[in-house]
Design a protein around this ligand. Structure first.
Ligand SMILES: NC(=O)C1=CN([C@@H]2O[C@H](COP(=O)(O)OP(=O)(O)OC[C@H]3O[C@@H](n4cnc5c(N)ncnc54)[C@H](OP(=O)(O)O)[C@@H]3O)[C@@H](O)[C@H]2O)C=CC1
Ligand SMILES: O=C(O)[C@@H]1CCC=N1
Length: 274
C-alpha cells in the first residue's frame, strides 16, 4: 500500500485505522493527519511516524484519499472548510462518520468528488476490524478497490449496495465492540460476585470471549451448534441460558441494535436539517 492518505480528525477511530495501515506496511510518510489538538497530533506522529498538521491547507490536502474522521456533529463545518483548500483537486473522499449520508457530503463539498462511506470499528487498531462500505454509482471500480484496499489493512470488509444499510452495519459492527465489552464487564462483575478476585475474573472472562470468537470463526460450526455443544441437558449452562431466555436477551439485543440504527438515522436528520 503506497497510497497518500490524509485523515481529517486524529481521534479514536482515525488512530485505529492508521494503526491498521502502518501494520500493513503503509509508510508513515504517506499518511497525514489534520488534528487541531497539537498534543494528539504529536502522539500520532511519534507512535506511527505520520505527518501532522493542525489545520487544512492545499499542501496538506494534496493526497489521493481524504478520510473524514471527525464527529458527525462537526462534519458539516469541517467538510465546508475543506472546499477552498482542496480547490480543483479531486481526491477520493471517504467518510467514516456515523449516519451522515453522501447527499450531505455532496451538499457541503460539491458534486464533483467521488464519495465512499465506510463504517469501521475500533478493533482495526489490532488488524481485527470489520468495516462496512458503500459507494454510490459515481465511484469508479478503481476507487472502490482503493477504498477496499485501505480498509482491508484493518480487517475484514463488506460492501452494502444500499446506503441505508450502513445504519444496520453501524448498529452491528460499528457499535458492536461496545456490546461485547459491556458483556465482558457484566461477566467480570458476575464472577467477582461469585467470589473470584478481579484479576482472575478478568483473565477468565477475556480468554473465554477470545476462545468463543475464535471457535465461531475457525471451527466451521455456527454459533447455535457451538452453544448446544456447551449446553449439557439439565446442566449449569442450561441454567444460565434459561435466565437469558427469561430476561428476553434476544429481544433486548434486537431492541438495542434497532436503537443504534435509529440514532444513526436521527443524527442524519439533525445534521441535514440544520
Ligand atoms: N469510535 C468508534 O468506534 C467509531 C467511530 N466512527 C466515526 O468516526 C468518527 C470519529 O469518531 P471518534 O474517532 O470516535 O471521535 P474522536 O472525538 O475521538 O475523534 C475526532 C477527532 O477530530 C478532531 N477534530 C475536531 N475538529 C476538527 C477539525 N476542524 N479538523 C480536524 N479534526 C478535528 C477532534 O479533536 P478534539 O478532540 O480536539 O475536538 C478529535 O480528535 C465519527 O464520525 C464516528 O461516527 C465510526 C466507526 C466507529
Ligand atoms: O457511537 C458512535 O456513534 C460511533 C459510531 C459507531 C461506533 N461509534
Amino acid at each position: 500500500m503506497d497510497t497518500s492518505i490524509v485523515f481529517v480528525g486524529g481521534g479514536n477511530m482515525a488512530t485505529s485505522l492508521i494503526s491498521g495501515l502502518r501494520n500493513a506496511d503503509c509508510p508513515g510518510e504517506r499518511i497525514t493527519v489534520i488534528e487541531p489538538d497539537e498534543a494528539k497530533g504529536e502522539q500520532l506522529a511519534s507512535q506511527y511516524g505520520v505527518n501532522t498538521a493542525t489545520s487544512a491547507n492545499a499542501e496538506v490536502l494534496s493526497a489521493e484519499v481524504v478520510v473524514l474522521a471527525v464527529k458527525p456533529q462537526m462534519l458539516r463545518e469541517v467538510a465546508q472548510g475543506l472546499v477552498e483548500p482542496l480547490g480543483d483537486s479531486k481526491p477520493l473522499i471517504m467518510s467514516i462518520a456515523a449516519g451522515v449520508p453522501i447527499a450531505g457530503l455532496r451538499e457541503w463539498m460539491g458534486n464533483d468528488h467521488a464519495y465512499v462511506r465506510c463504517m469501521p470499528n475500533t478493533p482495526s487498531l489490532i488488524g481485527a476490524g470489520a468495516t462496512g462500505l458503500y459507494a454510490d454509482d459515481r465511484v469508479t471500480d478503481d476507487q472502490r478497490e482503493l477504498a477496499d484496499t485501505i480498509l482491508a489493512t484493518a480487517g475484514v470488509t463488506a460492501w452494502v449496495d444500499e446506503e441505508s444499510l450502513l445504519n444496520a452495519v453501524t448498529a452491528t459492527s460499528g457499535s458492536g465492540p461496545a456490546y461485547f465489552f459491556a458483556f465482558m464487564e457484566a461477566m467480570q462483575a458476575g464472577a467477582m460476585d461469585l467470589g473470584l478476585d478481579e484479576a482472575t475474573a478478568r483473565e477468565l472472562v477475556l480468554h473465554t470471549a477470545l476462545g468463543a470468537a475464535r471457535m465461531a470463526i475457525e471451527s466451521g460450526d455456527d454459533p447455535t451448534t457451538l452453544r448446544e455443544k456447551v449446553t449439557s441437558p439439565g446442566g449449569t449452562t442450561a441454567a444460565a441460558l434459561g435466565e437469558f431466555s427469561e430476561g428476553e436477551l434476544g429481544e433486548l439485543v434486537g431492541r438495542a441494535m434497532r436503537s443504534a440504527s435509529d440514532r444513526a438515522d436521527s443524527l442524519a436528520r439533525e445534521l441535514l436539517d440544520k
